[in-house]
Design a binder for this molecule. Sequence first.
Ligand code: AVI
Length: 321
Amino acid sequence: SSETNIRLVDLDESGVDRAFRADVMAGLSDADQKAIPARWLYDDAGSQLFEDITKVPEYYPTRAETEILTDRGEKFAKLIGPGRAVVEFGSGSSVKTPLLLRAIEPGAYVPLDIAGDFLRASAAELSGKFPGLPVHPVEADFTKRVQLPDAVTDMPKLGFFPGSTIGNMVARTAVDLLREMRATLGDEALLLIGMDLIKDRAVLEAAYDDAAGVTAEFNLNLLRRINRELDGNIPVEDFRHEARWNDTFARVEMHAVAQRDMRFTVAGRDFAMAQGETIHTENSHKFDERSSNMLLRAGQWTPIERWTDAEGRFSLILARA
Ligand code: AVI
């Protein structure tokens, strides 16, 4: 289906290989719309390319969210208060997390991530910046309820889910995740979550199709990964990156568009694509106040405050359990 999805699962290496193969084979076999779940964009090369995307001039979300975190520290401190265990879903980004931690005097920091090496490295770096702060990294699939370390059992929690990663999920998956977060964090919890806002179509499409071609590389790297890991011969050079705003679903979609009729093989199976046919590789949903409120409420959270950057491009929302 065209409803591509991010779904993080807890898999050992061979499990990852099998799941990748299964998703790619199913996704390329769909006669209506070929589609591969966006989570497979993030191999080592893809993760590095995403880092690069956050620095291109057209990709505003990272800068806009950083601006909010920089400017609204006093407001966060007032509403959140000191002594909470900050539980970050996905490894702490080097810039955003310290801004939050500096503003609110947390009791502990608990980064959750499925990638253990990356998790430990970023936890160690953060410990260096906040010498007195207890840091308890947990290697876990945060799409399911996570058992938090005993050391933070008695502290009220603040969940932190920046970046509008929630937007990479279709509504049902996003609601499931929010409910699992609620179960992980407990009754006293707050959640600080980034959600990118609906805006001018040209601005959105440019953010996902930068002039330097970094996002194009990020998208086409998925096809290169298939060739590398699944013994494929997809003619990557004959695909074009496309970012399109889908107004019905309020999302930017990434597609890889075949530039000619073609045949190729992946893991021993033959596939054909017609010129103009696409592989749908990512959704990035955008929100307004109503849709973000509705999503949070469906996920068992009550929004209590929202902040945007000066240009009104991105929102950071505080919700309570
Ligand atoms: C990770 N995620 C929030 C990014 C986004 O904006 O949807 C991924 C991305 N895809 C293309 N550019 C950035």
